[in-house]
Design a protein around this ligand. Structure first.
Ligand code: GDP
Ligand code: IMO
Ligand code: MG
Length: 439
């Protein structure tokens, strides 16, 4: 009994630069939990889940909603109510009862159209290297949060106070727009009216979600924390400034959901069998050749939110060691193994050289990270298909060797392997720490 209780609450998050396949893994495991909660990010996320032939791309709503679980949007998430209502409508259209299952934090911050405008202006500013954001207003909303002038869901529901807060924030943004000669006009009064309407539509789903989670956990319910983005996009630990504006790593789950570290019993990292990145910023193992093209084509590596082609490269061991340390991964889930099926030889980055110096430390600046010369080990391919494999034994020997090598180099077990986008295209390793954690 003690052991089971101690394994109740698990974080699943991205070990690279996002799009590792978190949606698929969360969907796969959701059945074993009572609640799935998001704790950071917003509709910059795009988590793809297949339920039979039907494809869903979840942006703000936790993937667990598809399995009839309680879905929670925690206080650390930033919410664009228009995008949220669109997502709710799309899910309800296919028969998913969102209103019954979704809880929205009263402390989450709200994204307004002027956040998108500020983002557009700052990305286009002369002399600035653009981050290549998803243009959803995520960064500017978090800016207002940290600057203590943001508007939260609870404020939105408090009609009188909302008006005063909105007008003050709108005046602030107009000053910014004037100072930076932003030509786009915003009809602030119209926006205020729209948001008052949004408030009435989400009101019944809003609550203190930290309280909800803590009470549920005390009653023995199991909670799955669904990370968005990935550790290398974390505002503290990622490739700053080419990051998102939230804490995508495991620590973010506690602040972003209002749950104590002592209530979390395991952390699982999701990593592709190679690496991808969308947007700008350093990428030590990026491939600008036919191999990169083949990965993009076979892996269908195009952004789930923006449709942008994802940059592709070989698996990066030092990077995984870095993210494993920051998050304390108990186990790693390797996704998209099947994408490497066709390669006669597969490279793995085992070390970094920066200006002639060999190091196993991930650099703090993007200049140093850009200067990394990746040191590679070449492994033979496996001349066979892993697509849809459901048992480790069924994998070609070369694929087993590849996985064994990654695990040994990173120093963390591989507890689960994904061999296709569908939930049954998965290998669970019996007896692994992963198997024990997910029950
Ligand atoms: P997330 O943001 O981490 O949830 O990942 P995305 O949904 O943005 O991107 C992952 C993509 O890979 C999606 O299109 C998935 O359907 C797909 N996918 C996930 N696992 C596998 C796998 O093992 N093999 C293949 N071929 N595709 C996968
Ligand atoms: P999921 O949850 C991949 C990237 C953007 C950009 C940077 C900052 O699907 O893994 P933002 O709009 O957040 O200010 O953009 O972060 N980015 C992602 N890349 N997957 C994501 O989410 C991402 N969310 C943001 O491309 O480089
Ligand atoms: Mg994604």
């Amino acid at each position: 009994m003690g052991d089971l209780v101690s394994m109740n609450n698990i974080i699943i998050l991205g070990a690279q630069w996002g799009d590792e396949g978190k949606g698929k893994v969360v969907d796969l495991l959701a059945d074993r939990f009572d609640i799935v909660t998001r704790y950071q990010g917003g509709h910059n996320a795009g988590h793809t889940v297949y339920v039979g032939p039907q494809k869903f791309v979840l942006k703000l709503i936790p993937s667990g909603i598809l399995r009839g679980k309680r879905a929670v949007i925690g206080n650390g998430v930033v919410i664009d109510p228009g995008a949220l209502l669109d997502e709710i409508r799309a899910l309800e259209k296919v028969g998913i009862n969102v209103a019954e299952h979704l809880s929205i934090s009263n402390r989450a911050h709200v994204i307004f159209p002027f956040h998108r405008l500020v983002e557009k202006a700052s990305e286009a500013r002369e002399g600035r290297v653009a981050i290549g954001t998803t243009s959803r207003g995520i960064g500017p909303c978090y800016e207002d949060k940290i600057a203590r002038r943001g508007i939260r869901v609870a404020d939105l529901l408090d009609r009188d106070n909302f008006r005063a807060q909105f007008d003050a924030l709108a005046a602030d943004k107009q000053t910014f727009a004037d100072a930076f000669h932003i030509p786009d006009k915003i009809d602030y009064e119209k926006v205020r009216g729209e948001y008052e309407e949004f408030a009435s539509r989400i009101r019944d789903m809003v609550c203190d979600t930290s309280r909800l989670l803590n009470q549920s956990m005390a009653a023995g319910k199991r909670v799955l924390f669904e990370g968005a983005q990935g550790t290398m996009l974390d505002v503290d630990h990622g490739t700053y400034p080419f990051v998102t504006s939230s804490s995508a790593s495991a620590g973010g789950a506690c602040t972003g959901a209002g749950v104590a570290p002592t209530r979390i019993h395991g952390v699982l990292g999701v990593s592709k069998a190679y690496v991808t990145r969308v947007g700008s910023g350093p990428f030590p193992t990026e491939l600008a050749d036919a191999d990169g093209e083949l990965i993009r084509k076979k892996g269908n590596e195009f952004g789930a939110v923006t449709g942008r082609p994802r940059r592709c490269g070989w698996f990066d061991v030092p990077l995984l060691r870095y993210t494993a340390a920051i998050n304390g991964f108990d186990s790693i889930i390797i996704t998209k193994l099947d994408v490497l099926d066709e390669f006669p030889a597969i490279k793995v980055c085992t070390g970094y050289k920066i200006n002639g110096r060999v190091t196993d430390e991930f650099p703090a600046t993007s200049c140093e990270t850009e200067a990394i010369e990746a040191v590679y080990e070449t492994l033979p391919g496996w001349h066979g298909s892993t697509r849809g494999a459901t048992s480790y034994e069924a994998l070609p020997d070369g694929a087993k060797r590849y996985l064994g090598y990654l695990s040994e180099q990173v120093g963390v077990e591989i507890g689960c392997i994904s061999t296709g986008p569908e939930r049954n295209e998965t290998i669970l390793i019996p007896g692994s720490r992963f198997a024990k954690l997910v029950g």
